[in-house]
Ligand binder design. Structure first.
Ligand SMILES: [Zn+2]
Length: 217
């Protein structure tokens, strides 16, 4: 985060989407996004965001917060109270990530509609805001009929990609993201910050098609 603050222009996702839409050239513009909604977003990430005064978006799967069911790898879900604290800082916005983290390339339109609407309703009821941005669970893009549901409900949607989004030439419902992993080390992180490691991401996505075969969420 220290590197990002020094070297890049870290902006709220709304600002980045505005600039991508208008075609304004913003060099070194970055939006920070986090998926799912584990407690470490509030316990670990939020103090760091506050220290460096960096805005971030949390794409939330609301079903885990409601049920208190753990995410894979024992990821304890965040609480609604913790999310209200995060919002009160003014640095955090909440995006949608379906209610039960369903993969939108393989469910019915009815299930997808229920998943998107339920997620939005829970965020509205608990946090008093309507999510404007969406991230596809596991970055798996939706079928065309389901993508239309996403386009009707949000301002933007994030997929995978590990490459930069070009102002004026970006589909706001296919926003590329660069997932940051511990294994990246400093070199990998630096390359991703500059829009690199696209090939590595493409290979990982091909492998993931096999990994997610037969799974629903
Ligand atoms: Zn997720």
């Amino acid at each position: 985060m220290a590197h990002l603050r020094a070297a890049m222009c870290v902006e709220a996702l709304d600002t980045v989407v505005d600039n991508l839409e208008s075609g304004m050239t913003t060099t070194n513009s970055v939006a920070l996004t986090v998926d799912d909604g584990t407690a470490d977003f509030v316990d670990v990430a939020l103090p760091i965001l506050l220290e460096f005064q960096l805005p971030a978006t949390l794409y939330l799967s609301t079903g885990f917060v409601d049920s208190r069911k753990s995410y894979p790898a024992n990821g304890r879900p965040v609480s609604w109270a913790g999310l209200r604290d995060a919002l009160s800082t003014g640095l955090v916005t909440i995006g949608a990530h379906t209610h039960n983290h369903v993969l939108l390339d393989r469910c019915s339109v009815a299930v997808a509609t229920e998943e998107l609407d339920r997620c939005n309703e829970r965020i509205e009821d608990e946090l008093g805001m309507t999510p404007r941005h969406f991230a596809y669970p596991k970055a798996v893009p939706a079928r065309v009929d389901i993508e239309a549901l996403v386009r009707a409900r949000y301002r933007s949607a994030a997929v995978a990609g590990t490459r930069s989004n070009v102002p004026g030439a970006t589909d706001l419902f296919r926003l590329y993201r660069s997932p940051i992993q511990n294994a990246d080390g400093w070199e990998g992180f630096s390359r991703k910050v500059n829009g690199g490691m696209r090939t590595e991401d493409d290979i990982r996505r091909v492998i993931n098609v096999a990994r997610y075969r037969g799974k629903a969420s």
